[in-house]
Design a binder for this molecule. Sequence first.
Ligand code: S3P
Length: 451
Amino acid sequence: MSELLVFRAPRIEAEIRVPGDKSMSHRAVLLSAISNGTCVIHGFLPSEDCQCTVNAMRAFGIAIDQPAETTLVIHGQRGNFQPPNQTIDCGNSGTLMRLLSGLAATQPFETKLSGDASLSSRPMRRIIEPLTQMGASIQATEPKGTAPLVIRGGHLRPIRYELPVASAQIKSAILFASLKAPGKTVVVEPLATRDHTERMMSYFLVRSQREKVPQGFAISLYGDQVPESRDFTVPGDISSAAFWLVAAAAQEDSNLLVRDIGLNQTRTGILSVLLRMGARVREVIEDCDQVEPRGEVQIQGGRLRGTIIEGAEVPNVIDEIPILAVAGALAQGKTVIRDAKELRVKETDRLAAIAANLTAMGVEVVELDDGLEIYGGAPLLGARLKSYGDHRIAMAFAIAGMFADNETVIEDADCIATSYPGFDEQLEKFLAPDENPPTPVINPAEALEKN
Ligand code: S3P
């Protein structure tokens, strides 16, 4: 298992791009595969997680060419899959296992889904329950209701389902299944979660509707719709950019421009949090024509102050909490994260992992049942830290290492490849930058106009 060695970094002055968005890459492959023709996907994230999605679709008999690492040509078969002749390996990806369960539920044969040790410990009853109500049969490994899953589907009926937790993965599993359930399916989410599935379905000409209801937001979709084949360009992943955004925000006189990232409002909570903490943030939406807003973010660092992250903001920053906890440790005063119990069932128990690693770096932290209290501002001490096999823990603490006295070693850092191939090369550039980097500037007229 490889280790990542990090030491104190100079201030950041750079323009960067990050690899394609993970959530959109998964969805682009799945929607193309069930569309009525050939789709070309550009900017695909060639990470282990998303490559599992490509392999899964191939196992269902979908022809996919990959002329370049980030380009896929997918030949959609209108949602008619071949029975796979082996168990489909979802690797480390909760998104894949849950969304794929929704698709497998539409097929009149048996599909077996498995995952690595982390994925095999994550809760699956949350998708088994609604998909069973729709008429699929799903067996999990009891008593905990975890993978491997055995799914037999076909002949689905529409349901109205109120999500017990605000989860885009559960919402999306039901929406994918509902495409083959004649009639109106309604999913109610208590808080807004990322809406890539709805946006991409609408780009593929699948009609759905979203409305505010007393319980939250209701998304309605009529079944018997076949997505119209489309080409799609995936923007950079704001959740990957988040690591560098925090590294720049927490360092006085840093100036970072991230080009071509997704700026969907259900994902940009990190920018609001960093603004609140005292960073200077400029966001320019350049393009919305493929339904997903995309553009540039410039961040200038300063002295950060603690903040509170809770309630409706949590689903928006759900994947950024490890790096925001590091920002809290680098800020003056107390940062409180609440209503984030979902972090206990991510790739690892992220609340426990963050608390353990911050403590090892000399930060005072209190682990709450559903969050953390972080007392920031003390110097960080370099340490030997575990990744807990979790890509976002590994990357968040690599950034912490950029601010620490002495060396920091992140153990078992290979997991970073699940979401951010090339993270280590980018880190190297920040640790030992060019002597005279260009000053990154967003065209000010454009920023003023569009902010
Ligand atoms: C994702 C949704 C989130 C997020 C995950 C990706 C998605 O999970 O944490 O990394 O692509 O739908 P939940 O929906 O379970 O919160």
